[in-house]
Design a protein around this ligand. Structure first.
Ligand code: PEP
Ligand code: MN
Length: 337
């Protein structure tokens, strides 16, 4: 349930409503939407709240939310969220491209690719130092030395860093180096990790679980928002279907659906969605045309010898060519890259 205050409501009016709701045993969360104060109520709703609150001074209306997630939903906040960080923002007119290798492998590999993606127009460098691999015998990532290389690449190129955090215990360490924390598809349902990143003041790139519905995805986002961190980007990275030709199936429907249902920026990962370098460009073009606010793309200086996900990684010139195409599509949909 939410209480929407009138445009002229004072802080005292809001405080009074909050105190009254709390005296009814409810938890309150106050935010601003288009200049209006909105109070979200959770806890044991008993059906008497609407009558108890709707007559109070400054209250415009008390409404029930249709959707099970609240802080995430566009019913709660109709204005689109723009996430600012370190001089950049995501969710505005400019489409952000994050690019780089699947895994950090070495200083030269990372730096070469960082320079190439920067020159092609990427604003963030991706690269995993902690890798969730299907096989325990596959390369698991460099760990902290990999994070140090990412920080060095940021220093040399000015690119901001997005990198995965796999467990609640790793959060403080990854926070020391990263600008954006990535939650991978396998961890979308790791509620203790979601709660932990809900308490940090860095933006979160939350990837959709490979077998999760949009509703489950948004409940996971809600975990992060409800623990205090509003800076969440939703990333569609392909879901499992009966199709086996591609690694996953890019749910292009999700782009429009997530933008309709929520106020959060929507990012698309065409690399994991397709699993094939030859299909990354078409999936990226579709994502930008569909309204994505950003892309996260795997790029490697030598894809044939990559330690992970070489099959889906673009080489430097393929990435540069793709960026040229995306700029034209962005203009056609009223955006820039
Ligand atoms: C990644 O981006 O490196 C990754 C492991 O992605 P996902 O969690 O979507 O598989
Ligand atoms: Mn990968």
């Amino acid at each position: 349930m939410i209480v929407v205050m009138t445009a002229g409501a004072t802080q005292d009016d809001t405080q009074y409503v909050v105190a009254r709701a709390q005296s009814l045993g409810l938890r309150t969360h106050v935010s601003l939407d288009n200049g209006r104060t909105v109070i979200s109520l959770t806890g044991g709703l008993r059906g008497i709240e609407s009558d108890a609150l709707s007559g109070l001074r400054g209250v415009e209306r008390v409404a029930s939310l249709r959707l099970p997630y609240r802080l995430t939903s566009s019913e709660y906040k109709s204005e689109r969220s723009i996430i600012p960080f370190n001089g950049l923002s995501i969710g505005g007119d400019e489409i952000m491209v994050m690019a780089g290798p699947c895994s950090v492998e070495s200083q030269s590999q990372l730096l070469e690719t960082a320079v190439a993606v920067k020159n092609a127009g990427a604003k963030l460098l991706r690269g995993g130092a902690f890798k969730p691999r299907t096989s325990p015998y596959s390369f698991q990532g460099m760990g902290e030395p990999g994070l140090k290389l990412l920080a060095e690449a940021r220093e040399q190129t000015g690119l901001l860093i997005v990198t995965e955090v796999m467990s609640p215990e790793q959060v403080p360490l990854v926070c020391e180096y990263a600008d954006v924390l990535q939650i991978g598809t396998r961890n979308m349902l790791n509620y203790s990790l979601l709660q932990e990143v809900g308490r940090v003041d860095k933006p979160i790139l939350l990837k959709r679980g490979m077998m999760s519905t949009i509703n489950e995805f948004l409940m996971s986002a809600e975990y992060i928002l409800s623990h205090g961190n509003n800076h969440v980007m939703l990333c569609e990275r392909g879901i499992r279907t009966f199709e086996t030709y591609t690694r996953n199936t890019l749910d292009i429907n999700a782009v429009g659906a997530l933008k309709e249902l929520t106020h959060l920026p929507v990012i698309v990962d065409p690399s994991h969605a397709t699993g094939k370098a030859s299909l990354v460009a078409s999936a990226s073009r579709a994502a930008v045309a569909a309204g994505a606010d950003g892309l996260i793309i795997e790029v490697h200086n030598d894809p044939d010898h990559a330690w992970s996900d070489g099959d889906q990684s673009l080489n430097h010139s393929e990435f540069e060519a793709l960026m040229g195409q995306l700029k034209a599509i962005a203009v056609a949909v009223g955006r820039t890259i």
